[in-house]
Design a protein around this ligand. Structure first.
Ligand code: GTP
Ligand code: MG
Length: 325
């Protein structure tokens, strides 16, 4: 049985901090708008998106180039529907076909939104940050999200740094926060609300993303691949889904049969992914399967393969055929 794209809806429980039964059905009172989350790699954009949505829909890792697509996360709070768009970290180092595609995604997003969350690490401003800042469009309000505030030990240092940031760009507001602090994240809804136009919602009140379960499945495998392999691999690997089928199961309710291929550049990378006696590939598969089962509320059978396609990240046609823009 084939399986088409399906929007992931809120499952099991409401995200933490949801106001009690105040969602409005009266379209004339509704607000709805797009909030782009942009910044250099690794500043915590996807961590913030997941916290805002209340469920993990965008993969995160301590390595750069984690996010490779625009990922929409939806959250409806009282009268307002926030359509957050997570973007890849803007790449300034190497110009490969993959990096060009990642940057194209960022540029496409920031020109047509209601509000921009420009994410940096509190207290820092690098050349990579400056490059992204130069892309912001006049006329679209931008908030400075000074993230990872928990890493700053001397809070007194933050005020002078914020002052220098105010000189760099006419930010509408400054928000020192930590994406890992639930209170900070909840406060952000109140701050963003006023920038969104009055218009009917685009999605149902309980929808969380416009990404399909199939896409989230491939991202889950990629995240585990990042987690269990060395530094070199992430830049040159990708995951494609070969099979994604739902079968009725009297025992489990819902049962998914998924097969995925991890594509790497070299034989040595393949050996790295498989690990001694297949141990690493097994761990990647087990963790990915467990996370998919939670996400899809289903029993999942996952088959993983590893293939070598040298030079794929620098081959425009192949980058496109693997689903990048
Ligand atoms: N201490 C601390 N760490 C954070 C915070 N937010 C994110 N991180 C960590 O920062 C790292 C990068 O987070 P991501 O959310 O993957 O960053 P990103 O900006 O989406 O990265 P790319 O997709 O590669 O551009 C992860 O190890 C996160 O756990 C925070 O508020 N405090
Ligand atoms: Mg990311």
């Amino acid at each position: 049985m084939g399986y088409g794209p399906k929007r992931l809806k809120m499952m099991m429980s409401e995200p933490p901090g949801e106001p009690i039964a105040t969602k409005s059905d009266d379209a004339s009172a509704q607000r709805c708008g797009v909030v782009a989350i942009v910044g250099r790699p690794n500043v915590g954009k996807s961590t913030l998106l997941n916290a805002l949505v209340g469920q993990k829909i965008s993969i995160t890792s301590a390595k750069a180039q984690t996010t490779r697509h625009r990922i929409t996360g939806i959250r409806t709070v009282a009268h307002t529907q926030f359509v957050f768009v997570d973007t890849p970290g803007f790449q300034t180092r190497h110009s490969t076909a993959l990096n060009r595609s990642l940057n194209k995604t960022v540029l496409g997003v920031i020109s047509d939104v209601d509000l921009v969350l420009f994410v940096v690490e509190a207290g820092a401003f690098t050349l990579g940050d400056a490059k992204v800042l130069s892309l912001l469009k006049p006329g679209i309000p931008a908030l400075l999200i000074a993230n990872k505030l928990d890493n700053i030990h001397r809070r007194a240092d933050v005020a002078p740094w914020l002052k220098t940031m105010a000189e760099r760009h006419p930010f509408a507001e400054f928000v020192p926060m930590s994406a890992k602090n639930a209170k900070d994240v909840e406060r952000l809804f109140g701050i963003c609300d006023k920038y969104l136009p009055t218009q009917p919602w685009w999605y149902g009140a309980d929808e969380l993303t416009d990404r399909s379960e199939k896409f989230l499945a491939s991202e889950t495998v990629r995240e585990k691949l990042f987690r269990f392999t060395g530094d070199e691999l992430p830049y040159t690997s990708t995951v494609i889904i070969d099979k994604f089928e739902e079968e009725p199961s009297p025992k489990h309710g819902r049962m998914m049969k998924i097969a995925a291929t991890i594509v790497v550049e070299r034989d040595t990378h393949k050996a790295m992914v498989i690990g001694e006696g297949g141990e690493r590939l097994k761990r990647i598969g087990t963790e990915a399967r467990q996370e998919m089962e939670k996400l899809m509320d289903a029993k999942v059978f996952l088959e993983l393969w590893v293939k070598v396609r040298s030079g794929w990240a620098d081959d425009e046609a192949r980058v496109r055929s693997f689903g990048y823009e």
